[in-house]
Design a protein around this ligand. Structure first.
Ligand code: TXE
Length: 481
């Protein structure tokens, strides 16, 4: 049995109340350990430790902080395999994905912000005679980072690395569904002697530990990734103390395939965009829009490629689709499929549970599911399902494609497939979202703005956007003569 502990002031400890929550491995359905069921008392302890550490951490300067972030990255890299195994066990995702995507990306996040803070610069406005304005950027002090279960260490590190680099101390609250790699991170921090109190990790539910973090008066900002409804609750709570918030929320992203596209490449990537991580990525392309002249051909390719994906034990090398993250989430996604069929959807592939024999017979596996025949207004094309479910819709013109793509309360990302440069530019400009990939999907440069519009969130992460979020600007104006 694994016993996860909080990491507060450099030490590992249970919740003050002694309460624990059970942990389940989704691919087997079996319990594997316990984690602290922390509450406001644990958050208070963590915030106090962070406050004590804040001045020294900031005053040591960027070179010092950068070197510590690199030490964390190196320490995770040395244990990459055990981190990958833990991430796969906790989420049900294929080990190959955790090993090649999740953990390398977490390492890259620490390294990227270790470098970014060394090259960060502030503004000066010195072009008016007799006046000099310059902008100081102060860290906020103590900040809260709340992360979800789909890419646990990847998204946790995407928040804490810029916060620490910018000179803040952090109280992190990883998802209670997948706390294991955050716990391994705290062990790594202890092993390398990371300064006590600079990073604190408190485990528990959103309602108890998460809400206490959001409500804490000494916490100056909340960076959150998760569901839109939770984001709205957090924004409303944070408004009471006028905390800064960065909210990276849900998506219902379109993949637009025009008739002139390279259909092999487009369908390969559309399948990856729909089903990677079991469809549990905010960037997943769950609405595939296809220009009518190539609709039938594209559909045939998509169905063939969806059916070819191997669903199975996350530890098996050939597995492409693992288990959904929990029984609760599995039931929710199955409910969406039933609703889609009720709405008149025509099932092209998948549609139900996959029984994986042996070790994983109690797991929550779903076949990659494609549906057609559903209009833009139906629930299936409006709700974020967050599972391996995508719909196909035809369109007849560029303008219709744009209208269909924008017919969503979400606006996170889009993937556009065309060899026509004019279409690529016009569609990219017209889409209501924060990120457009043309002839690709999820190709990431960590300097670029990451985030969405409409109900997909508020603010941007990445590069200087994150460093700006985690600092407060102060202008100094000097009359020089
Ligand atoms: O996420 P929650 P859930 C979407 C996806 C999914 C839905 C719900 O559609 O089906 O959200 O998932 C913490 N104050 N995404 O319920 O609740 C919580 O403990 C402070 C999209 O699992 O948003 C966890 O650490 N914190 C997404 C984190 O918020 C609170 C990734 C996320 O949990 C809180 C995951 C509160 N009141 C789900 N309530 C993406 N954008 O990538 C919860 N939390």
């Amino acid at each position: 049995m694994t016993h996860i502990l909080n990491y507060i002031d450099g030490a590992l400890s249970p919740a003050v109340s002694g309460k624990q929550l059970p942990l389940t491995e989704p691919s087997t359905g079996l319990g594997y350990g316990f984690m602290p069921d922390s509450d406001g008392y644990d958050i208070d302890r963590a915030v106090e430790a962070a406050q004590r550490a804040a001045t020294a951490w900031n005053k040591k300067g960027p070179v010092f902080r950068s070197s510590w972030l690199n030490k964390i990255a190196n320490a995770i890299e040395e244990k990459l395999e055990s981190f990958a195994l833990a991430e796969s066990k906790d989420t049900g995702k294929p080990l190959s994905v955790a090993r090649s995507v999740d953990i390398p990306r977490a390492i890259a996040n620490f390294r990227f912000f270790a470098g970014a803070i060394l090259h960060d610069a502030s503004d000066a406005h010195a072009d008016r005679p007799g006046e000099l304005n310059y902008t100081l950027r102060h860290p906020l002090g103590v900040v809260g980072c709340i992360s979800p279960w789909n890419l646990p260490l990847y998204l946790f590190s995407w928040k804490i690395a810029p916060a620490l680099a910018a000179g803040n101390c952090v109280v992190g609250k990883p998802s209670e569904v997948t706390p294991l790699t955050a716990h391994l991170l705290s062990e790594v921090c202890q092993e390398i002697g990371f300064p006590a109190g600079v990073l604190n990790i408190v485990h528990g539910t959103g309602l108890a530990a998460g809400q206490a973090l959001v409500d804490h008066n000494a916490v100056k900002a909340i960076s959150f990734t998760g569901g839109t409804t939770t984001g709205q609750t957090i924004a409303a709570s944070a408004a009471k103390s006028l905390k800064k918030v960065s909210l990276e929320l849900g998506g219902k992203n379109p993949t637009l395939i025009f008739a002139d596209a390279d259909l092999e490449a487009a369908t390969d990537t559309a399948i990856a965009a729909a089903f990677s991580n079991q469809g549990q990525i905010c960037l997943c392309g769950s609405r595939i829009l296809i220009e009518r002249p190539v609709y039938d051909k594209t559909k045939a390719l998509l169905v063939q490629k969806a059916k070819a994906l191997t669903v199975g034990d996350p530890l098996a090398a050939e597995t492409r689709i693992g288990s959904l993250v929990s029984k609760q989430h599995f039931d929710k996604v199955l409910g969406h499929i039933a609703l889609a069929l009720g709405e008149g959807g025509n099932l092209l592939s998948g549609g139900g549970r996959v029984l994986v024999e042996g070790r994983c017979e109690g797991g929550h596996f779903l076949a990659p599911t494609l549906l057609e025949g559903l209009g833009p207004a139906c629930e299936t094309n409006q709700s974020e399902i967050f599972g391996p479910v995508a719909t196909l819709q035809p369109f007849d013109s560029v303008e219709e494609a744009i209208t269909l793509a924008n017919d969503s309360r979400y606006g996170l990302a889009a993937s556009v497939w065309t060899t026509n440069l004019n279409i690529a530019h016009h569609v990219s400009e017209s889409l209501e979202c924060g990120m457009v990939w043309v002839n690709c999907w999820m190709l990431r440069d960590l300097r670029t703005p990451f985030g969405g519009v409409k109900e997909s969130g508020v603010g941007r992460e990445g590069g200087t956007y994150a460093l700006r979020f985690f600092t407060e600007a102060k202008n100094v104006c000097i009359k020089t003569y």
